[in-house]
Design a protein around this ligand. Structure first.
Ligand SMILES: C[S@@+](CC[C@H](N)C(=O)[O-])C[C@H]1O[C@@H](n2cnc3c(N)ncnc32)[C@H](O)[C@@H]1O
Length: 292
């Protein structure tokens, strides 16, 4: 299924990364290439971009989209946690790095991998199909205490115990196979936390984070990213939930190699949120590699 993806905070990213002709940049979450395209355009005629994306189909679509800039970019099907090692091996340092965390509209609506609680799909949730554990494995195999811990640690779900109990009871009767099966189990167990939010929102978030080891990848990346930034080079990270945002905020503040440029996170304008509701929870933080 063909699904587009509207990139968020594009103007703000270009400004905060101070993208300029001839600069070298890295995009750790290429997705369908929206930000990468904007960076290549703004760094014309001779800027260069290293792109990382671990979902094969997204990368394929991005490659097509970026073809007008042939010769000015290199794409890797790789985890962004490996970006520092890969670029260091090539002897590369860049002026700016972007991470745009979270799900793309393609993964949510077009991948068929069970990321959405509104669609009947196999409960998979791997962003990279080379990963070994799926969401189906976790919901069917984890013990009750492990499920509670997963929902608390990765979903900050206050009703973790109730939901975990409902999952354990349901799977006693039948293995849980699809996204809608799981959504219905959670719907029966708890009410929505707030109006307009599906009761399974945090359950799906927690499973996705666990399957893709999202927090571990971000932590690993943050510990090494300053090494591949030129002095004065900038690191811009867009996050969509507080677990990630807190990690980024703390890492920026505590890393002596970095100087924080955004005391408060940059938020999308009302106009952007109206045009693109996915932007609603986006927060951009930026730090600069110290010059000495
Ligand atoms: C919000 S989307 C990025 C959208 C992109 N900025 C655009 O304009 O199209 C996040 C993307 O990052 C990818 N991703 C998430 N974690 C990753 C990781 N650890 N390594 C590589 N790619 C990752 C996902 O597969 C997804 O395509």
């Amino acid at each position: 299924m063909k699904v587009g993806h509207e990139p968020v905070l594009v103007r703000e990213v270009l400004e905060w990364l101070a993208v300029r002709p001839g600069g070298w940049y890295a995009d750790g979450t290429v997705g369908l290439g929206g930000h990468s395209e904007a960076i290549l355009r703004a760094s014309s005629p001779d800027g260069f971009l290293f792109g990382f994306e671990w979902d094969e189909e997204s990368l394929h679509q991005a490659e097509k989209r970026l073809s007008p800039f042939a010769g000015r970019f290199r794409l890797f099907r790789a985890n962004f946690a490996e970006m520092p090692q890969i670029l260091a091996r090539e002897g590369v340092q860049v002026e700016g790095i972007l991470l745009d965390l979270g799900l793309s509209s393609f993964l949510l609506k077009g991948s068929g991998r069970g990321f959405s609680f509104l669609r009947e799909e196999p409960l998979d949730m791997r962003m990279d199909t080379r990963l070994r554990i799926t969401a189906r494995d976790l919901v069917n195999r984890l013990s009750y205490p492990q499920l509670v811990e997963l929902l608390r640690n990765y979903g900050e779900e206050p009703r973790a115990a109730k939901i975990a109990r409902a999952i354990v009871e349901a799977r006693r009767k039948k293995r849980i196979e699809t996204s809608l099966e799981l959504a219905r189990i959670v719907e029966k167990a708890v009410r929505p936390r707030k109006r307009g939010e599906h009761p399974a929102t945090l359950t799906f978030q927690a499973l996705r984070i666990a399957v893709n080891r999202e927090l571990e990848n971000l932590e690993h990346f943050l510990s090494r990213a300053p090494e591949i930034l030129k002095p004065g080079g900038r690191l811009a990270i867009i996050s969509f939930h507080s677990l990630e945002d807190r990690m980024v905020k703390r890492a920026f503040r505590e890393d002596p190699r970095l100087r924080v440029l955004t005391r408060k996170p940059v938020r999308p304008s009302e106009d952007e949120v109206r045009r693109n509701p996915r932007a609603r929870s986006a927060r951009l933080r930026v730090a600069e590699r110290c010059r000495s």
